[in-house]
Design a protein around this ligand. Sequence first.
Ligand SMILES: [Zn+2]
Length: 232
Amino acid sequence: MAQTRGKGCLILLYHKIGNPPTGSRQKGLWVSKDIFYRELLFLKERHIPVVGFKEKKEGIILTFDDGYENNFSNAFPILKAFNFKAIIFLVTKYIGKYNYWHNPQNEPYIKMLSIKEIKEMKQYGIEFGSHTYSHPHLDKLKIESVKEELVKSKKMLEEIIKKKIIYFAYPYGKGIYNENIKRALKETGYQYAFTMEKGLNTYEDNFYLKRVVVPNSFKEFKKIVSPLGYYE
Ligand SMILES: [Zn+2]
């Protein structure tokens, strides 16, 4: 049945592409390669525009948080097959290392992206943003430490990417941001910040952009993209 088409951009949020390792208690943040492929195929076949962030057109923007190695080995080949772009938000302290900010009781340590992989994806047109230096709860830090997280990660990324870093994604995405953090982002040279609040974006506030987490379910995915009016 036809639906009224929503206005604005729908920003999707992925974390890990692949099958969760034994012992993972964060299975909801894993999307299998097969489902990821079917999702992108769904968008392609229905001519749903997957747009770059700067285009600010109606359509879908793909983002990934944390910067796992599986974004390169599992997601990147599929993105390339469809000629889609994405933004990946990196925790710069752990580039080329493991997800040491997690409690391994909840989520086993897995590899993070290496500098070489980041550069290869950049070459293709994947964009990168900061997800802080060490993935802290920003709202629990003093503002000086918040700024340190923002500045340090920005500098590290600019050295790797050789480009101004203007995108930021809040770790733990919901309810942790506030006006002080927003001010710190502005003062340290960021222009856009991404949350985990659901909804479409009309860019009324570039520091509280909404994103929808994609679960490991094709059926759910189709529901999520329905506000754009393409779901049937
Ligand atoms: Zn994160």
